[in-house]
Design a protein around this ligand. Structure first.
Ligand code: ATP
Ligand code: MG
Length: 445
């Protein structure tokens, strides 16, 4: 993308309404625009990151054997009357009437609708296990929408639902979600710690929240700090191997890590004092096992191998897709702007032309831009007629992990400068070597 033709409305001033750094940088970098309290337009740069995050979520869900579909944002109230949640959900639910005076709602979550789909088409253990998920906009009329996309009213969520014939299989589905989530967050450059949580309005016994540690997080968290060093890495996971998956979950949930809702001071005090930490965290996901709560209420039954009819065992599992942008920025920035991890960056690399209009510099930039494109890498080429300082400030603000700087002086020696946004370190390399390095960094992304 050539910056001269892009739509990147950066702000020079700090917006007064933004209280936390991620909100401030998302506004300043022209990623979002607020349209009403907690409701945002996603401008091109923000939209690219959002899409990138969605893509990672899809890839890891599909890898775990989960199947994507798409349910609507608007739902009939009658489904929610069946589960009893239409009355229970309270003011967070946006209720709407259509022209026929029918009660509708903008979905805050989808347990009822997915259970309805299931009961319409599945009635045998032979069709199980089954996990269906979608990435769809949700609406919750939050009392205090704030912090930009962190606590919106309209927000994008991945929500998945498992259907299993018995409790043991459903717990395997729970574990499978935990492991696939660990991998999802790691690919985004995040450390998200599974913490034992309380279940809230969705109900259920087994539940973990995934928290990214950050001063600005809304949850108070208590943990053994050795938990922050655990990494899934690139180990091979067979998602059908119950023992292997359960072992990974055990590895990640044995050390003390809880939110204030489930915190137990006596147990916490058994953690060696040097490792005992109290802090704050951002909830970026949650998994639940709730058994037959919805299947029983809504008549979603399956015939077992033995020929008996049982309500299907279920769980639901969510990732805060739009909140993740904020969480990633909270975890990765400096005083000049965002520092995107390579996994989610809107553009893999920026090209800064120090002297637009100089024949050699223009040609070298064009050459780099095209060579990167030939390798499938869409660079953001700052081809505007601007001072070098302004170009650097924009690149630093929008946080691309790598920058190639091209100027007549370097070119006279056959080199360009390759700079890491994270470390600030630069090296002089030939344009060909710069392209190869970038291609190597993003290979397999
Ligand atoms: P919270 O406690 O933050 O209100 P929740 O527990 O009600 O969230 P879930 O039902 O678990 O939310 O939804 C799954 C995920 O969706 C959450 O882990 C969170 O990352 C995200 N999420 C929930 N509410 C919002 C919101 N208002 N804005 C943005 N993301 C949200
Ligand atoms: Mg939650």
């Amino acid at each position: 993308m050539r910056l001269s033709r892009y739509f990147l409305p950066v702000l020079k001033e700090n917006p007064a309404e933004a209280q936390i750094v991620s909100h401030r940088y998302m506004l300043r970098a022209g990623m979002i625009k607020q349209q009403a309290a907690g409701i945002y337009s996603w401008l091109p740069l923000g939209f690219r990151v959002l899409r990138r995050i969605e893509e990672i979520v899809h890839q890891e869900q599909i890898r775990a054997g989960h199947i994507p579909l798409l349910m609507p944002t608007l739902q009939p109230a009658d489904l929610w009357r069946e589960s009893g949640r239409y009355d229970d959900y309270g003011q967070e639910m946006l209720r709407i009437k259509d022209r026929q005076d029918r009660d509708m709602l903008y979905g805050p979550t989808n347990e009822e609708m997915i259970t309805d789909i299931f009961r319409s088409h599945v009635n045998s253990y032979k069709d199980l296990p089954l996990t269906l998920y979608h990435i769809q906009w949700k609406f919750r009329d939050e009392m205090r929408p704030r912090f930009g996309v962190m606590r919106g009213r309209e927000f994008l969520m991945k929500d998945g639902y498992n259907f299993d014939v018995d409790r043991e299989s459903a717990l395997h589905a729970y574990n499978r979600h935990m492991v696939s989530y660990l991998r999802t967050y790691e690919r985004m450059g995040l450390t998200a710690i599974p913490m034992r949580a309380a279940s809230g309005p969705i109900g259920g016994d087994n539940t973990h929240e995934f928290l990214v540690l950050a001063q600005t997080g809304e949850s108070e968290v208590f943990y053994d700090d050795r938990v922050t060093g655990l990494k899934l890495g690139s180990r091979d996971i067979d998602y059908d191997d119950r023992d292997q998956v359960a072992k990974v979950c055990e590895e990640f949930t044995t050390l003390y890590a809880r939110t204030d809702e489930t915190h137990d001071e006596a147990v916490f005090n058994q953690v060696p004092e040097a490792h005992r930490k109290v802090g704050r965290g951002i909830e970026v996901g949650q998994i639940f096992y709730f058994g037959t709560k919805y299947s029983q209420a809504m008549g979603a039954e399956v015939v077992t191998k033995e020929g008996t009819k049982v309500p299907v065992e279920m769980g639901s599992h969510g990732i805060g897709v739009s909140r993740l942008l904020g969480a990633i920025i909270e975890a990765s920035h400096d005083d000049k702007g965002i520092i995107w991890p390579e996994g989610v960056t809107p553009f893999p690399v920026g090209i800064v032309n120090l002297k637009q209009g100089d024949g050699a510099a223009d040609a070298a930039c064009e050459g780099l831009y095209k060579a990167l494109a030939a390798k499938g890498l869409d660079a953001l080429y700052d081809d505007r007629d601007e001072r070098a300082g302004a170009k650097f400030a924009t690149m630093d603000l929008i946080g691309l992990p790598w920058r190639i700087t091209v100027g007549p002086r370097g070119l006279a020696n056959g080199v360009v400068e390759l700079t890491s946004r994270r470390t600030g370190e630069s090296e002089e390399v030939s344009p060909e070597a710069a392209v190869d390095r970038i291609a190597q960094i993003y290979a397999g992304r």
